[in-house]
Design a protein around this ligand. Sequence first.
Ligand SMILES: Nc1nc2c(ncn2[C@@H]2O[C@H](COP(=O)(O)OP(=O)(O)OP(=O)(O)O)[C@@H](O)[C@H]2O)c(=O)[nH]1
Length: 323
Amino acid sequence: MQKAPPVNPVEIARIALKRLVESRLPPTPENYTQFYNAIATIKAPDDKTTDELKQAWQILCRLDDAAGEVSNTTEELLSALASSGEHMVSSLGELQDAREAHRTRSVPVEETHGRLESLLTNLIDSTSTIQSTVQTSHGDLAAIRESMRHIEEDLAHNRMMLGLDPLTGAHNRQGFDHLLAAEVKRARRHTGKLSVVILDLDDFKLVNDRYGHLVGDQVLVHVADLAKAVLRESDALVRYGGEEFLLILPETDQNGARYVIDRLRVVAARTPFMHRSERIDVSFSSGVAQLKDDENGRALVLRADEALYRAKANGRGRVELAV
Ligand SMILES: Nc1nc2c(ncn2[C@@H]2O[C@H](COP(=O)(O)OP(=O)(O)OP(=O)(O)O)[C@@H](O)[C@H]2O)c(=O)[nH]1
C-alpha cells in the first residue's frame, strides 16, 4: 500500500520537518517556513480517492444524523397519533351517547330531530373513518420506524468500516480526526490528561527491499496486532501513514505514554515476526506529546510529530518527549 498524499496542514508540516531533518539544515523558523510552503505547493491535496473518501465520510455522517432525526420524529408522530386515536375513540363514544340521548328524548320537532340525527350519523361516520386511517398510518409508521432502525445499523457499520484501515484493522486517517476531536473534548471535561504517540518503523524500506512488499504488509499487521495487545480498551490505534502508527491514549500523561511504548518495545522484542523460520526484528522511533491547556488536537499531533523527528534524527529506536 502506498503512502497517502498529504491532505491537511499537519501532514504537510510533518513532511516539511522530515525534509528539513534530511537536508541537515538548521531547523530555524525561516527554513521550516520555506520547506512548508514548498511542500504545500507541490503536494496540495489532489488525490481523488482520498477526497472522495472524505466526501463519502461526510455524507455518511450527515445521513446518520438525518436518520437519527427522522427516527425521533417518527417516534413523536407515533405517540401523537396514538393519543389522538384515543381521543377520537372517546369522542366517538360521546357522539354515540348524545345520539342515544337525543333519540330517547321525545322531541316533537320531527324535522330538527331528523337533521340532528343525520348530522350525528355523519359525524360518527367521519370520525370512524379518521380513526381507521389513524390505525393504518400507525401500522405504516411502525414499519417505517423498523426499516429506519435497519438503515441506522447499516450506516453505523459502514461508518465504522470507512474509518478502518483494511490491512491492519487499525483506525485510518478518516476515522482519526473524529476520534481525536472526541478525546480532546473528553479530556477537557475530565482530568485533562491525554497523550498522543506517533510511532514510525525504522528502516522499513529495508524489510520491503529484502523480503518484498507482501511480507512488509504482514510485518505491519504484526506490529498493529502487538500494539492492540499492549493498549487499553479505551486507547486507539491509528494507521497514520504507510509505516507509521499513532496511539491516542486517554487519561494518560507523558510518563504513562512512555511506559506504553516501552512495553510495546519489550513485547516486539519477545515476539519477532517470523518469515520462513527467519526472524524479522522491527524497531521503531516514537514521539510523545501530552495535551496542553488550550491546545487543539492538531497542535498536539504536530508536537508529537516534531518529537518523532527528533527521535529519528537522534539515532532511531528511541522515544522523545515533545516540548
Ligand atoms: N509493505 C508495505 N510497505 C509500506 C507501506 N506503506 C509504506 N511502506 C514502505 O515504507 C517505507 C518507508 O520508507 P522511508 O520513509 O524511507 O522510511 P524507513 O525506511 O522506514 O526509514 P526511517 O523511517 O527513516 O527509519 C517505504 O519502503 C514504503 O514503500 C505498506 O502499506 N506496505
